[in-house]
Write a protein that binds this ligand. Structure first.
Ligand code: HEC
Length: 504
């Protein structure tokens, strides 16, 4: 189950925020339009000493409807929610270190606002955030044996050891994976014996043996690893764990947040918002493109067109400047779908296949992020290590390879009208000139910062999420520098030319 969270007040945030919270999800498919008369909850909030409190939070939620709103108290501690669907709502108030005691739900029906005054009379108790495990912690979970130390040190060079301890493979697959990693490590395309001495070869064998014995397809996942993976995607945790510790003031006090739970079983991968405020989400597991209308609070699922293989896996979603919704099907059908919300028709474009052998454990060349520039669709090919351009009228794709081991994830168009991308494993920010195909790379000084999502702001500067480094990086599009210079090594001189392939 998955729910969709976003702020209604800020369009940029709406576009960026992704479905993250797990909660009880109840379908509200096919609800009718919201009533015009006031059908909301209003009241005042006071602190423990009876003083009205502005800048505190009030959350109203209905489990049956899968719906909740959070608003901020204003002058004299007054609050009012947006119009609600009829139902029973739990009302909770939170102000820095105190909260309301449990109360009977408020009933919303008819045309009169429901009045509910609140008092913050008990201490606010939030579970402390769960500890993020580091490589040393993962190493401790690995059973002792020959090869363990080599795996724990070498396999954590480019990415988190979490990737290793959560993989399950046959000996053949481990052999292939270790070979692929070594290939990435050792200057890429040169033959193994050119680079590695005999002792290294023996060590690779020991590592493969250790991995094959330790992480077989039948080895259960350690619950501590599972918990960390859920933490990564914002999984089960206290629903109010991110509440601010102080009272809100200024623009922050105008905040209205809505949380809507999707139908049970829908696994959402990505979200994009169109100019009308409609949220489009990709359901990976159902092959459905979800459409959420925040005015009517209705959610509808549009099925992707049938293809040769029934296994449809929708992932990245983006809305182009004409309002068409693009979504990647990275299942075996390997296609980009363009959906026109007016004609309700889909067009389909194949994802370019790999130039060489497909890594056995991957789905077809995956595209992680979609963006638009001058009528073209641009995408990051994380597994094939290239940036893809699609020209929809001619259906021609062009692939711009990036160095092996980059794993390009996020992508955005900078103020310079160039394509910027975040290389997750390569640990750098890249810039591609769409006219010349030239690449520039800006290395990150924090190792394994795990850069993923990327967006351009109104000035054309780039913002990048560095998941493992717990940082948000801002990059100046004019020179590739970052104000957080400790984090960013400036190497604007490092230009790499690359080859381009065209496909029709
Ligand atoms: C030179 C950098 C580098 C090193 C060192 C490295 N990896 Fe990786 N690893 C990558 C990259 C790049 C990816 C993503 C692309 C891919 O899967 O090839 C990846 C992905 C993975 C994955 C997920 C994909 C899959 O095939 O299941 C696993 C598991 C993995 N690595 C295991 C290992 C192990 C085991 C070692 C040590 C023997 C290791 N890595 C060392 C770069 C590296």
């Amino acid at each position: 189950m998955s729910s969709l969270n976003f702020r209604l007040s800020n369009p940029d945030m709406r576009r960026q925020q992704k479905a993250a919270t797990l909660m009880t999800a109840i379908a509200v498919l096919g609800l009718s339009y919201l009533p015009l008369e006031a059908q909301n909850i209003i009241g005042t909030l006071k602190d423990a000493s009876g003083q009205p409190l502005a800048g505190a939070l009030v959350k109203v939620s209905s489990q049956e409807l899968g719906l909740s709103f959070m608003v901020v108290t204003q002058g004299q501690g007054r609050y009012s929610t947006p119009n609600l669907l009829p139902g029973r709502y739990i009302v909770q108030g939170f102000g820095s270190d105190s909260q309301t005691p449990p109360m009977a739900p408020a009933e919303v029906r008819g045309s009169q606002p429901t009045k509910m005054d609140l008092a913050l009379s008990i201490p606010l108790k939030l579970a402390p955030p769960r500890k993020r495990m580091m490589d040393a912690d993962y190493a401790k979970l690995m059973p002792e044996g020959p090869g363990k130390n080599a795996v724990a040190s070498r396999c954590a060079t480019c990415h988190s050891l979490q990737w290793v301890v959560s993989a399950r493979k046959t000996p053949e697959k481990w052999q292939e994976t270790v070979g692929r990693m070594r290939d990435d490590l050792q200057g890429r395309d040169r033959p193994l014996n050119d680079i590695l001495g005999e002792s290294d070869l023996i060590q690779m064998d020991t590592m493969t043996e250790y991995l094959s014995k330790t992480f077989t397809p039948d080895t259960p996942l350690d619950p501590r690893v599972v918990e960390q993976r859920l933490l990564d995607v914002g999984g089960p945790s206290h629903p109010n764990r991110n509440l601010p510790g102080t009272l809100l003031t200024g623009a922050a006090a105008k905040y209205v947040a809505m949380e809507f739970s999707l139908p049970p079983g829908s696994m959402v991968h990505d979200i994009a918002v169109d100019s009308e405020g409609i949220a489009w989400v990709s359901e990976t597991n159902t092959g459905g493109l979800g459409r959420f209308d925040p005015n009517t609070l209705t959610y509808t699922r549009i099925s992707a067109p049938a293809a040769k293989n029934p296994n449809v896996q929708l992932n990245s979603v983006a809305v182009d400047p004409n309002g068409d919704v693009w979504v990647v099907d990275e299942g075996p059908n390997a296609r980009m779908l363009q959906y026109n919300p007016k004609s309700r028709e889909f067009s389909s474009y194949p994802i370019p296949g790999y130039p060489h052998a497909i890594p056995p454990d991957s789905t077809p060349a995956r595209l992680v992020t979609l963006r638009f520039l001058e009528g073209n669709v641009w995408a990051t090919g994380i597994t094939a290590n290239w940036i893809v351009k699609l020209d929809p009228p001619t259906r021609k794709t062009t692939e711009y390879p990036v160095p092996k081991g980059s794993s390009p994830y996020g992508l955005a168009v900078g103020g310079d009208q160039r394509i910027w991308y975040a290389a997750e494993v390569g640990n750098l920010i890249g810039r591609l000139d769409p006219r010349t195909g030239r690449l520039a790379q800006y290395n990150l000084t924090t190792p394994k910062s795990d850069v993923r999502g990327m967006a351009a702001d109104a000035e054309g500067n780039l913002w990048v999420v560095a998941t493992e480094a717990d940082k948000l990086i801002k990059v100046d599009y004019r020179n590739g520098t970052s104000p957080s210079s400790v984090f960013f090594r400036q190497t604007p001189g490092r230009i790499q030319s690359t080859w381009i392939r065209n496909r029709t």
